[in-house]
Design a protein around this ligand. Structure first.
Ligand SMILES: [Zn+2]
Ligand SMILES: [Zn+2]
Length: 116
């Protein structure tokens, strides 16, 4: 079947509940983004490490979806536009009771002053 959404594979589940790179480097994030092509979970541009954008630059995967509970928007890095997208494989978002910012035990007291 030909995808009507280039850069989006609705069958791929998310890589986990947290930013892949932050979890392996003791980092923390504000909000999470989900690569719509491979399911990579990365942190947003307000987070210290901006791994979602780095994932786009590293892989060329052009579309990210919000991984924040209740948010259904998609972001196209190539055009700089918010777009509509299809239903993605569950879980659509990180658990609603997961700390924001997170992970809870890794967030510094002065986190607000460390945002981008
Ligand atoms: Zn990260
Ligand atoms: Zn990807």
């Amino acid at each position: 079947m030909k995808s009507e959404h280039p850069g989006i594979n609705p069958a791929v589940p998310p890589s986990g509940n947290g930013c892949v790179e932050c979890l392996t480097s003791n980092g923390w994030w504000l909000h999470l983004r989900r690569c719509a092509q491979c399911g990579h979970i990365g942190c947003c541009d307000s987070s210290p490490s901006q791994h979602a954008t780095k994932h786009f630059h590293g892989t060329g995967h052009p579309i990210a979806a919000s991984f924040e509970p209740g948010e259904t928007w998609f972001w196209n890095y190539e055009t700089g536009e918010t777009i509509e997208g299809p239903k993605l494989a569950p879980p659509r978002w990180h658990p609603a009771d997961q700390a924001v910012p997170g992970p809870a035990e890794k967030v510094p007291r002065d986190w607000e002053s460390r945002l981008h």
